[in-house]
Design a protein around this ligand. Structure first.
Ligand code: IPM
Ligand code: MG
Length: 360
């Protein structure tokens, strides 16, 4: 079967890591008899340089028409890249928000799993790591403070900024359902994260999540305040299975969850909506400081491509093969610099991609 993949290399290390993920997809195609056709699209700074905007209507339409979107990363350095002299709605990150919203990808799945082989890279103490942890952050992606009205204005001579945080019952219900469905396929444990001791949006969140939970009597639901969750992630990460949370809390907690797995360079993500069309990108950013040096870790993007095979194309066996290839390469001792530890073999981005593709 042929699959049409819209590919957005983006900025910084984006083009390097996406090239490795394509290599791995092509290896999957060869072994399992599929073809992947790629359409390259511009987004972020790369699009600003050509079109003056971070995402054109044409690029969004092409993404919509594809079977799935594979994204590297977008963004540069404030104060260095001229992109940041533009108004906020024309900066690289606005392209990312626009494609998430434009494709109605309201559910962002970010798994955080500690590979046994990477224990040495985990910043937590051995007794905390125990026999490892395996969680997934289910982050609401098209609502909340990211998409509320915002403005900066002078009121009585004082400059004042406002960011509106807004959630409807429906927005909460559909992400809660995703969270519980995913929990059902895992260890049946949802921790819903909120700030209900302060925010109305969180109080509504908890009410709707509790309603949805009634439909899933086999899944355990616990509410946890976001500040406590930040602490629990480093104190006892093994208690987490599914973390269900709103957009900004999920942004912050998913970085924390990924860091305790050893490196943010390992963490994949899938952004899904109501259809099979999804957007797959590493949880990390564009890392402009190491761009173009063959130093980036392509594993997060390769694992994102595996999520694409699983969630958009229903190719579970193929996804398993990619994940197994990553595990094997780690077991053989190959490491990019971010996950390097003593006695292992350091390789660059390209070689890591080659090694994984060869083991698919
Ligand atoms: C992420 C990123 C984005 C976000 C930025 C680049 C807008 O941090 O995907 O987590 O905040 O969602
Ligand atoms: Mg983030």
């Amino acid at each position: 079967m042929n699959y049409n993949v819209a590919v957005i290399p983006g900025d910084g290390i984006g083009p390097e890591i996406v090239a490795e993920a394509r290599k791995v997809l092509d290896a999957v195609g060869e072994r399992f008899g599929h073809t992947f056709s790629y359409t390259e699209l511009l987004m972020g700074g790369a699009s600003i340089d050509v079109h003056g905007v971070p995402l054109t209507d044409e690029a969004l339409a092409a993404a919509k028409a594809s079977d799935a979107v594979l994204l590297g990363a977008v963004g540069g350095v404030v104060g260095k890249d001229s992109w940041y002299e533009l108004p906020p709605n024309l900066r690289p990150e606005a392209g990312l928000l626009a494609i998430r919203k434009g494709l109605e990808l309201f559910a962002n799945l970010r798994p955080a799993y500690l590979y046994d082989e990477l224990r040495a890279a985990c910043p937590l103490r051995d007794d905390i790591i125990g026999d490892g942890f395996d969680m997934i952050v289910v982050r609401e992606l098209t609502g909340g403070v990211y998409f509320g009205d915002r403005k900066t204005e002078e009121i009585d001579g004082v400059v004042t900024a406002v960011d509106e945080m807004k959630y409807s019952e429906e927005e909460i219900r559909r992400i809660a359902i995703k969270g519980f469905e995913i929990a059902r396929k895992r260890r049946k444990n949802v921790i819903s994260v909120d700030k209900a001791n302060v925010l109305d949006t969180s109080r509504l969140w908890n009410r709707v999540v509790a309603e949805v939970a009634k439909e899933y009597p086999d899944v355990t639901l616990t509410n946890m305040l976001v500040d406590n969750c930040a602490m629990q992630l480093v104190k006892n990460p093994r208690q987490f299975d599914v973390i269900l949370t709103e957009n900004m809390f999920g942004d912050i907690l998913s970085d924390e969850a990924s860091m305790i797995t050893g490196s943010i360079g390992m963490l994949s993500s899938a952004s899904l909506g109501a259809t099979k069309l999804g957007l797959y990108e590493p949880s990390h950013g564009a890392a402009p400081d190491i761009a173009g040096q063959d130093k980036a870790n392509p594993i997060a993007t390769i694992l994102s491509a595996a999520m694409m095979l699983r969630y958009s194309f229903d190719l579970d066996q193929e996804a398993d093969a990619v994940e197994a290839a990553v595990k094997q390469v780690l077991a053989e001792g190959y490491r990019t610099v971010d996950i390097m530890s003593e006695g292992q073999k350091q390789v660059g981005c390209k070689e890591m991609g080659d090694l994984i593709a060869a083991r698919v």
